[in-house]
Design a protein around this ligand. Sequence first.
Ligand SMILES: [Zn+2]
Ligand SMILES: [Zn+2]
Length: 101
Amino acid sequence: MEDININHIYAVLEQLIDDNECSFDHHGYCQEHGWMDKSTCPHALAKEILKGENLTCKWTLTDDDQNLWETECDGLFILESDSPKENKMEFCCYCGKKLVI
Ligand SMILES: [Zn+2]
Ligand SMILES: [Zn+2]
């Protein structure tokens, strides 16, 4: 196994969950996903988890002269030239999330 980070887990979770809404019967069981238990249907739980997670890291240019970029996860990065996109940086080198500008 290659090194697994939390973002990979979220990505897998996203694939696994069913898009259909849960439909609970009077027992509180989820009919849609065949969840015959009083605890919350795992599809509903997984959606909750993914909703609360920000899967991207936004980079903002803070200093034009230095080409200094500030990352959403509180990192600072100086690029030789151009933007992270032009430097083909797809993921934040600090937190590993998808880099967006
Ligand atoms: Zn369900
Ligand atoms: Zn980051």
